[in-house]
Design a protein. Structure first.
Length: 159
């Protein structure tokens, strides 16, 4: 199966089923006669910007984070605001750095969105599985970034 077709099938499966982990996704794909390795599924999840959220029963669930076409900075900021409320678990400041804890497997996506918006307060981001380090020039800049991540309604850091 071509990558594009597999991506469309994955989006359909995620939308129609409560997929809680990669193994469940692989099982659904195999049900549709699609064989893929765990590494391929991981890349597909990253390519499709699939995030883990918590559903109404308190269990993790894969969801499509965004539409594939984003056209304006305004849309990016709305996407960032939505993401901060959905995936951030904890935010701390250490001198000129902001440390962000996210739900598992969401840090790289949030860091990518922050990088795309190019705030003067953010020099660089580094992301792992569930942690982002945001580097600012000064402790004051880091405090502003932290304040935004704790209350994303104030988007002045992107002006």
């Amino acid at each position: 199966m071509r990558k594009k077709d597999r991506h469309e099938l994955i989006k359909k499966i995620i939308t129609e089923n409560p997929i809680r982990n990669q193994n469940e996704l692989m099982d659904h794909l195999q049900h549709h006669q699609v064989s893929a390795t765990q590494a391929t599924i991981s890349r597909d999840i990253r390519d499709l910007k699939i995030v883990k959220t918590i559903d109404e029963s308190g269990k993790p669930r894969f969801e499509l984070f965004q539409e594939q076409q984003v056209s304006t900075d305004d849309d990016d900021i709305k996407r960032l605001i939505r993401m901060t409320t959905e995936v951030i678990v904890k935010v701390d400041t250490v001198q000129f750095m902001t440390i962000v804890s996210t739900l598992p497997d969401n840090a790289h996506l949030l860091a990518s969105v922050l990088d795309d918006l190019s705030s003067e307060l953010i020099v660089a981001t580094m992301a792992s599985f569930d942690t982002i380090i945001i580097i600012s020039r000064t402790a004051e800049d880091a405090q502003q970034v932290t304040a935004f991540l704790q209350d994303p309604t104030n988007t002045s850091i992107f002006s």
